[in-house]
Design a protein around this ligand. Structure first.
Ligand SMILES: *Cc1c(COP(=O)(O)O)cnc(C)c1O
Length: 321
């Protein structure tokens, strides 16, 4: 049985990027605005949370727990959705607590989430420990996996692909940021189920290609099973570009800065420093390498994250370069 809550603003718009396309000499570029999914500054986790929170409710949960980095968009959207549906929320954040909460972290506090700090290596252990403790206290916790990337969360992007196809744009390729793999798994499975023939290219944010291919294929197959569909996707079928992941998670290099400034100055469109900035850097490099012809149409699927622009470590370097 698949449950879904409906709170995202859907369908998200598709917009053309004519000035950027012209500057690059093609292809025709479009953007799908999943930074506008409507929940607390939007982003791709909102689509996943429609299924995840429905599952939490159907299990009688009164408390959601999840984990992420200091500037996690996933944690911010989870905290907002929990507030909206009257669930308590505990976030396990890894990294060093900054001197004062900024950007996404500030919003986590505003949404009333309880925050526990840990080291990255211990995040899964602390997540489980928090779950057990809450249960012992008589609460009914629900564990939202890292990035919302469970087979249930993936369904958000299976149906996002259906939504995109209903919008009627014929795109030769879709390019986007891929990290915990749920977005790509959903898009790939949705492509298979609803008949999208173009390329689905994930720009890896932080994982070597083989790891991400394996995770995406696994998630897609598990989500297919959940839908009762006989589909088998092999890791080699998953298109991942990992040249930009080597800089490390959350590290803003000149490639991301250039992409963020270019989108801002050509189209008035905001990208984020961690995910969409890196994905756009990947897209620009593919275009400059001649991977797409000038007659082709490429969709950049914007996955959100823009509140992180206001974290001072990024904000300062973006305008001083
Ligand atoms: C989480 C996130 C991604 C990556 O999505 P996955 O489903 O984890 O691969 C991309 N962009 C933004 C802005 C995100 O917050």
């Amino acid at each position: 049985m698949i449950h879904r809550l409906s709170f995202a603003h859907l369908p998200t718009p598709i917009e053309e990027l004519p000035r950027l396309s012209r500057l690059l000499g093609g292809p025709r570029l479009f953007v799908k605005r999943d930074d506008q999914t409507g929940l607390a500054f939007g982003g791709n986790k909102t689509r996943k949370l429609e299924y995840l929170l429905a599952e939490a409710q159907s299990l009688g949960a009164d408390h959601v727990i999840t984990a992420g980095a200091v500037q996690s968009n996933h944690c911010r959207q989870t905290a907002a959705a929990a507030a909206r549906f009257g669930l308590k929320c505990t976030l396990i954040l890894f990294g060093d607590p900054p001197p004062r909460p900024e950007a996404n972290l500030w919003l986590d506090h505003l949404f009333g989430a309880t925050i526990r700090w840990t080291e990255r290596a211990r995040r899964d252990q602390i997540l489980q420990q928090t779950f057990d403790e809450l249960q012992q206290q008589g609460e009914k916790p629900y564990l939202v996996p890292y990035g919302g990337s469970s087979p249930t969360g993936v369904l958000g992007y299976v149906f996002a692909m259906q939504e995109f196809l209903n919008q009627g744009l014929e795109a030769d390729a879709i390019v986007f940021a891929s990290s915990s793999g749920g977005t790509q798994a959903g898009l790939v499975l949705g492509a298979r189920l609803f008949g999208y023939q173009g390329r689905v290219i994930g720009i890896s944010v932080d994982e070597p290609r083989p790891n991400l291919q394996k995770r995406v294929a696994e998630l897609a197959n598990q989500a297919a099973e959940r839908l009762g569909e006989k589909v088998h996707i092999r890791p080699e079928e998953i298109e991942v570009e990992d040249a930009w992941a080597t800089a490390g998670y959350g590290v803003l290099t000149e490639a991301e800065s250039e992409a963020i400034r270019l989108f801002a100055r050509q189209e008035g469109l905001l990208l984020d420093p961690v995910y969409t900035g890196r994905a756009a850097a990947g897209l620009l490099a593919l275009i400059r390498k001649g991977v797409f012809t000038s007659e082709q149409t490429v969709l950049f699927w914007h996955t959100g994250g823009t509140p992180a622009l206001f974290a001072s470590r990024y904000a300062e370097s973006l305008i001083h370069s």
